[in-house]
Design a protein around this ligand. Structure first.
Ligand SMILES: C[S@@+](CC[C@H](N)C(=O)[O-])C[C@H]1O[C@@H](n2cnc3c(N)ncnc32)[C@H](O)[C@@H]1O
Length: 235
């Protein structure tokens, strides 16, 4: 039986055709910063097997493809984001996979490097994602994750069907709404603290090597979204 699309799949399916244009306009810097930062840790003797969790249209995988020497595999829950990615010469393999509901469709020790940029904000329980990433990474493999932290919570103003639903020490939950067939459908975004991500890494055998905060994008002149980038090594 075909699974019903979640509101997040629908949100990204609908955004897919103008996602790249929007992100260019917003000066999305995560792909370049993630690539530059992790490059310092890479031992590039052989072709490296890279997994992009939530690859979207391929913006964060692109610098790796451009440099060369990577076999790039992407997973995403939005078929339409994957369709746009497939039109570009970025990924060698793309798989439809909802990491909030399914295991990654790969054997243990399949990758030298995993990246994920701007994805955990859409996943309410991220413990499975971390255990799956550590399962598919080889020993000494690297994980680079970039995400919006609670630092930005002051930017989310309450309104009809939107606003902060939960504001706890390690997780802020923000509700927003999209309209479908004249009816609103609400969805949630999750801002996880750096401490929580470091703890989840530790619990899954990933030792944090470096974390840094940076301006990831600006959807409006007065709305600057910061991300944290964490680089970890699996052992
Ligand atoms: C903000 S976009 C980031 C895309 C890309 N990583 C980038 O840097 O441009 C978030 C992506 O995560 C995907 N995503 C969100 N929740 C997901 C889930 N549960 N499983 C797989 N992909 C998910 C979305 O479909 C979307 O393509």
């Amino acid at each position: 039986m075909k699974k019903k699309n979640t509101v997040i799949q629908h949100y990204f399916d609908r955004w897919s055709c103008h996602y790249d244009t929007d992100l260019r306009r917003y000066d999305y810097s995560a792909p370049a910063i993630l690539f530059e930062t992790i490059s310092a840790y890479l031992d590039k003797k052989d072709k490296l097997r890279l997994l992009d969790v939530g690859i979207g249209t391929g913006l964060s995988a692109f610098p790796f493809q451009e440099q060369g020497g990577f076999h790039i595999t992407g997973v995403d829950c939005s078929q339409k984001m994957l369709d746009i990615c497939r039109e570009k010469p970025i990924a060698d393999e793309l798989h439809l996979c909802n990491v909030a509901q399914e295991n990654l469709p790969f054997a243990d020790n399949s990758f030298d490097l995993a990246i994920s940029a701007g994805v955990i904000e859409y996943v309410s329980d991220i413990s499975g994602l971390f255990s799956e990433v550590s399962r598919v990474l080889r020993p000494d493999g690297l994980f680079a994750i970039s995400w919006e932290t609670p630092e930005t919570k002051r930017l989310y103003k309450p309104g009809l069907l939107k606003g902060i639903l939960e504001d706890s020490k390690h997780r802020v939950v923000i509700q927003s709404a999209i309209w479908r067939n004249f009816f609103p459908r609400t969805y949630k975004r999750y801002l996880y603290s750096v401490e929580m991500i470091e703890e989840l890494c530790g619990a899954n055998g990933i030792t944090p090597l470096e974390t840094k905060s940076f301006l990831a994008y600006s959807p409006k002149a007065d709305k600057n979204i910061t991300h944290c980038l964490l680089i970890g090594r699996f052992s």
